[in-house]
Write a protein that binds this ligand. Structure first.
Ligand code: IYR
Length: 223
């Protein structure tokens, strides 16, 4: 192998097949309890939890190990209000004119509209930015590879970490979302990717009565 650095040995502890089966089932049972929640409680969450879940997100694989992400973490009420105001302004236009009838129809079972109170109620908002490129020490642009895939996987890790911590979240993608770049004064190599409020569900929180596709409906085995 032609690498610039020595590779180091890596292994997982030996476990029986039965152990692997059980571990995979337990993890499925836990994550299958996850739901996207839009009704948040204002109960606070310690910053230490947020720090851990972000470290979990950043343990995701990424193209050429470039880790092309920045997590902006917001607790400031002032910033949350600014974000809510700007997001609702865009969402109002989207729901009233930018989204097609077909799209609005597809969203009906979820029951969303342009109102986004969770942006002020949830104790934390995490905004995931993707880094389209970076700069080296001399200020030259460094190309990044598979940025959307990498940041998408990291966001998936983040969502599962939030769930495992006993909290709830929601993937919110106001469109267009350039206002986040401006409000948070991000550098020119960053683009907003996804916004996730993090907190506890409101005691009266409700979610759509959805079921998930069965294995038969979603997987094809070629053995
Ligand atoms: N971004 C809008 C609309 C929206 C779109 C899809 I696709 C959803 O699954 C949910 C919402 C919003 O956040 O309301």
């Amino acid at each position: 192998m032609d690498t610039t650095k020595e590779h180091i040995y890596y292994s997982r502890p030996y476990r029986s097949d039965q152990d692997h089966i059980q571990a995979s089932k337990e993890y499925f049972n836990q994550l299958n309890e996850r739901r996207s929640v839009r009704d948040f409680s204002d109960r606070d969450v310690p910053r230490e939890v947020i720090e851990s879940i972000i470290k979990t997100a950043a343990s995701a694989p990424s193209g050429a190990h470039q880790q092309p992400w920045t997590f902006c973490v917001i607790r400031s009420s002032e910033l949350k209000s600014k974000i809510r105001e700007a997001a609702e302004q865009e969402e109002k236009i989207s729901y009233q004119s930018r989204m097609s009838e077909e799209w609005l129809e597809a969203l009906k079972p979820i029951g969303t509209d342009w109102n986004k109170p969770f942006l002020e109620i949830a104790p934390w908002i995490i905004i995931v930015f993707k880094q389209a490129f970076s700069y080296d020490v001399d200020g030259n642009k460094v190309k990044h590879y598979y940025v959307n895939e990498s940041v998408g996987i990291a966001t998936g890790f983040l969502i599962s970490a939030i769930h495992q911590a006993g909290l709830v979240t929601l993937t919110h993608t106001p469109s267009p979302m350039n206002f986040l770049h401006q409000i948070l004064e991000r550098p020119d190599n960053e683009r907003p990717f996804m916004l996730l409020p993090v907190g506890h569900p409101h005691p009266d929180a409700k979610v759509p009565d959805f079921t998930r596709k069965t294995l038969k409906e979603m997987a094809v085995f070629y053995e």
